[in-house]
Ligand binder design. Structure first.
Ligand code: HH2
Length: 275
């Protein structure tokens, strides 16, 4: 399986590490640390040196209860970082729900657009269709203001898979080739701990659709609920979760702790039979 991301082509014969770079004041685990462009670029360099294959740059927190960010503010936060990283030859993803910013980010050099809203906003699919960037289509139930109030599913895996299939079909209709697509069950987005665990346990069913799966479990509240640790102290739990996701078919893991994840996946890679 190949993933085409603009000028990059990833063979997906081993799991990829997507490093998280939040240029926000309020992200749940690294908010406020990298709001200045210089600080963001220094962190980006660290993540690449630690072994990230690509970086996901976001300017709007999606944590439960997060306030929406105006287009201009989000633009000011992420575009200079994306442009600088792209110029340095880094594969950059933009984490945004706004079609206007999707276009601008791709023009600035982003090679993936990661939309936690599954490209449902009017104009989102057309904003990316004509480019050659990859798209990450994520499932979520509800919006950040309400999504953790009462998540409900009859069968969380079946419903997530059905939704992702529909969005993949919509993306195909918009002219986006399958080789440019990634899907994501959206851990923590309108899901209880039991839903998240069920999704992780049965992630192979999400992967069975044949579209590469991205899993974002890093430092999330499910890790805290199980380990009893605060966000900054969830590295071991997060690495375990990333490893399980890869064992169950994830092609990309989205993580804050790149060095630790890289080592764990190096062991997995050494043991796995890729012949
Ligand atoms: N999780 C977050 C943000 N974007 N995108 C995808 N595709 N999958 C995810 O699981 C995912 C995501 C939330 O994590 P983080 O970026 O660290 O926090 P915040 O949204 O508070 O900025």
């Amino acid at each position: 399986m190949l993933l085409r991301c603009g000028k990059f082509t990833f063979p997906l014969d081993r799991p990829l590490i997507m490093g998280v770079l939040n240029v926000t004041p309020d992200s749940f685990s690294d908010g406020g640390h990298y709001l200045q462009t210089d600080a963001a670029l220094a962190q980006a360099r660290r993540l690449i040196d630690e072994g990230a294959d690509l970086l996901d740059v976001g300017g709007e927190s999606t944590r439960p209860g997060a306030a929406p960010v105006a287009l201009d503010d989000e633009r000011r936060r992420v575009l200079p970082v994306i442009a600088a990283l792209a110029a340095a030859g880094v594969a950059v993803s933009v984490d945004t729900q706004k079609p206007a910013l999707m276009r601008e980010a791709v023009a600035a050099g982003a090679v993936m657009v990661n939309d936690v809203n599954g490209f449902q906003a009017p104009g989102a699919l057309t904003a990316v269709a004509a480019s050659d960037c990859a798209v990450c289509i994520m499932h979520r139930q509800g919006d950040p203001q309400t999504m953790q109030q009462a998540p409900h599913y009859a069968d969380v895996v079946a419903e997530v898979v059905r939704y992702l299939r529909q969005r993949v079909a919509a993306a195909q209709q918009a002219g986006i080739a399958g080789s440019r697509m990634v899907v994501d069950p959206g851990f923590g987005f309108g899901k209880t701990l039991a839903h998240n665990l069920e999704l992780l346990r049965r992630l192979d069913e999400v992967a069975a659709a044949g579209v590469p799966v991205l899993a974002g479990l890093s430092r999330k509240s499910m890790i805290g609920a199980i380990t009893g640790r605060e966000t900054g102290d969830r590295v071991f739990g997060s690495v375990a979760a990333a490893l399980i996701a890869v064992q169950r078919g994830a092609a990309i893991v989205r993580v804050h702790d790149v060095a630790a994840t890289r080592d764990a996946l190096a062991i997995w890679n050494a043991v796995a039979d890729h012949s």
